[in-house]
Design a protein around this ligand. Sequence first.
Ligand SMILES: [Zn+2]
Ligand SMILES: [Zn+2]
Length: 250
Amino acid sequence: MSKMLSNITEKTRFLLDELFAFISTPRCPGCGILLDNPRLPLCPACELKLSFAGDGPVCLICRSPRGVSCNCQENRISVIPHLYYWATYSPVMRELIHQFKFEGQLKLGKYLTLAALEIIADRIASQKYDFIIPVPMLKRDKRKRSFNQTELIADTISERLDIAVNYSILKKVKKTRLQANLGREERWDNIQNAFEVSAEFNLDGSSCLLADDIVTTGATCWEATKALYTGGVSKVTVFTLVSSHFDEAS
Ligand SMILES: [Zn+2]
Ligand SMILES: [Zn+2]
């Protein structure tokens, strides 16, 4: 009996030691190798894979260059926002976004946003925004995750471009399922009327930059934009780290 207990204790200790070694040794969130320089969030090989060109302005929904009128615009009454994005949905990007969003790697999120701004800050800074608005989560979802990744993105843009973030104008008012688990049409239904604008703000004629981490169908940002238009905002532009196509993200 005592032998069995000591075996269990030993195994537990071994597992705890393994766990401690794992959490105390920073690994690259892109490929899992040990980081030579623990102050950098990525290994040099993964960092090299992040040399994106960025793009925008493109149509939020179909990603055609703006200026070319696409069918999306013809089918919708309100103006579809311009989208600016940094990266496409490569395997390393998929892993990094996952680590940032679902594993709480906030340092990585900030690093990715700064890398994105290196490429696209000049394009978006040439326009004037009254504020940056992070795509909101329901309060209870944010409590569960303990942070909202779009707020961290908005804060980082704010520091870099000196534009105020407003966390209160736009609210999520509907419980929705995780978009990533849904089909293309289901995503539009799921997110419909999910956002509202707080009545306490006078937004008439204002212009805002909506911040998101990943845009796929464009449904979430489009619903957020509709709510902002209803509240009086006259121009919305979208900033996202990653633009993915539906087939890649599902
Ligand atoms: Zn790596
Ligand atoms: Zn379009």
